[in-house]
Design a protein around this ligand. Sequence first.
Ligand SMILES: Cc1ncc(COP(=O)(O)O)c(C=O)c1O
Ligand SMILES: [Zn+2]
Length: 451
Amino acid sequence: MTTLATEAQTHSSAPDPAQAGSQPEDPKPDHPKPDHPKPEVREGAFGNARALSCRECGHEVELGPQYACPECFGPLEVTYDFPAVTRAQIEAGPPNIWRYQALLPVPDDITESPNTEPGFTRLLKADNLARELGLSALWVKDDSTNPTNSFKDRVVACALSAARELGAKVFACPSTGNLANAVAAAGARAGIPTVVFIPADLERPKQINSAVYTDRLVAVNGTYDDVNRLASEIAGEEEGWAFVNVNVRPFYAEGSKTLGYEIAEQLGWRLPDQIVIPVASGSQLTKVDKALRELVTLGLVEDKPYRIFGAQATGCSPVATAYKAGVDAIRPVKPDTIAKSLAIGNPADGVYVLDICRRTGGAVEDVGDDEVRAGILLLARTEGIFTETAGGTTVACLKKLVESGRLDPALETVVINTGMGLKTLDAVADSVGPAATIDPSYAAFTATGLA
Ligand SMILES: Cc1ncc(COP(=O)(O)O)c(C=O)c1O
Ligand SMILES: [Zn+2]
């Protein structure tokens, strides 16, 4: 078992030509590597998880705060020895992500520790939007109703469990906004100090939604990719810091599987035909795919083909660009879009997103900022759901994919709304408002023509 801090030294994000000069590529040669003691981990700390396995070479290492393969620097992910799991067992569990405890790297007494208990959000039949887009069957998985109003509560709940089991003293993250909100809230509830790092130009509501929970919100002059590099450096220096998406990333990432489990369970234990998912780092999309495959392997759903589609904003679309060019390598970009939650120019899981979308017969699409705004309004006015820019991106990509014929309108489709519109009010503030401002009289109202 390694310490929470040391493995962050192996961080190996690809060099980013778009940002050259803003941060050193290997930031930290002046500081000696601290020698941190190994944390003691109790029996069953990670549930049925067996090891961390390299996605590139398959090499396995002990469960702990590592994210890069010691052999090839490929990303590590959690593998399991699953016991037999039944639908009835899951259905008897709590109405949150812990109903899937047996499928996550968390202990079987997870519900006894304070956490934000996210998940089991509504799956809404979206008939109005389906009609508008000419689809036969459409569902919205609405993750805006999680405790801090995004899907990030799911990943943070799993990272918090790992941090706790590893004896972390500080809970931290670099974030495009929603993750910072989720980390700050979960840390407050768990009684663990939090430090969250964000790009300084982030939307004000997202800053406030972190700062209410923690007095250690750090705004960094730079892009998310700069913030991420800084976080990796700090993770290497500070003993006992669990950076949810850096040194405990494999545990964090598993939380997104619960979106896939819930969609299948809420459809009556079956797989949808098509799913549209927003892509920033790409972690969520890859884990939804992993979840669906696990459900098949465990015999919880019948096997059948499904297609996964990724959604990006054109101003930060390195994965869609690679997809459309038919290449495997992803060229980092400098983001310029109103979809700030998706503004990761150097996506850690981008190549796996490409692989999944190609393998399943899906695609990766992108839309401009005007389409993002229109997507927000379309979902609001057809289904009464106010999404943030990430959801606007996803709905607009859904529309574009239908129009281009890449998404089959005859097949059952699920679109994931990952966040809440109240956090990105500015995106639509100039597009909507009072239809009229009147004196309080019936005559004034009828004069507007709105009666
Ligand atoms: C609302 C929202 N949706 C989607 C994403 C993309 O998640 P991932 O980085 O797992 O691709 C993010 C990431 O911050 C987000 O905040
Ligand atoms: Zn490897």
